[in-house]
Ligand binder design. Structure first.
Ligand code: ASP
Ligand code: MG
Length: 264
């Protein structure tokens, strides 16, 4: 039995059918006896749609109102996923970032997490509930809604895992792990079973867009085991951890990230 934080990105919750598939997966972990906290992104395309609406009104919307707007995407998916879990007899409760109390600084649209109150999540977990938390958002000391920057749900998941001292933070996405190079460009690309935080940060800075770079830095700092795996296929994915004792036997260069260029 483990305490798992599982994050599902926009494509994984892009339709109600996919949300139901996520609920199936989460229920299975719960029935195996694990405690589960789920973090979700907005449905794919939703954050861009909201930004578009704001830009229809004004060229440079004020960052505070922008955060009120874009944080709504994740409020939709936490509610829908909780319903899909409840329908399956899996007790669940949804929380916005503010309701958990993910306290951030006041840098709207690029806020940093300062503190997380894990009390309420613990109570739910102890009562056998799945806790479903909106990614990408928090609240500042004045009670204003903040967001963490594009791709910020990854950072929410890692931060919750650190606060709860979870056994693993699992990032479910549309690729089945971290590859030596981009599998869409190079056929011989190989999925890595393990990679260190440092190597992953390096790959992210070279253009790999699998994880928000801040989330990897955060995981390294708090030593949160991080696993990237597919929402749609079975598999072990790639585990990102501190350097392990077998490091000497492993190749020095694990991967070369490429910025994917459109080929005609
Ligand atoms: N919905 C936000 C975005 O599109 C956050 C996330 O998906 O991680 O950037
Ligand atoms: Mg993402």
């Amino acid at each position: 039995m483990a305490l798992l934080v599982q994050k599902f990105g926009g494509t994984s919750v892009g339709t109600t059918e996919r949300i139901e598939a996520v609920a199936e997966k989460v229920c299975r972990f719960r029935k195996e006896g694990h405690d589960v906290v789920v973090v979700v992104s907005a449905m794919s395309g939703e954050t861009n749609r909201l930004i578009g609406l704001a830009n229809d009104i004004m060229e440079e919307p004020t960052p505070r109102e922008m955060d009120v707007l874009v944080s709504t995407g994740e409020q939709v998916t936490i509610a829908l996923l909780s319903m899909a879990l409840q329908k399956r007899g899996c007790d669940a409760r949804s929380y916005t970032g503010a309701q958990v109390r993910i306290l951030t600084d006041s840098s709207h649209t690029k806020a940093r997490i300062k503190q997380i109150d894990e009390q309420r999540m613990r109570e739910d977990l102890n009562a056998g509930r799945v806790v479903v938390v909106a990614g990408f958002q928090g609240i500042d000391e004045n009670g204003s809604i903040t967001t963490l920057g594009r791709g910020g749900s990854d950072t929410t998941a890692v931060a919750l895992a650190a606060a709860l001292k979870a056994d693993e933070c699992q990032i479910y996405t549309d690729v089945d792990g971290v590859y030596t190079t981009d599998p869409r460009v190079v056929d011989s690309a190989r999925r890595l079973e393990r990679i260190t935080f440092e190597e992953m940060i390096e790959m992210a800075s070279l253009g790999s867009k699998i994880l928000q770079i801040r989330s990897v830095e955060f995981a390294g700092k708090y030593n949160v085991p991080l696993r990237v795996l597919s929402s749609f296929e079975e598999g072990e994915g790639t585990l990102i951890t501190l350097e392990d004792e077998n490091a000497m036997e492993q190749p020095v260069v694990s991967g070369i990230a490429l910025t994917v260029m459109k080929r005609n």
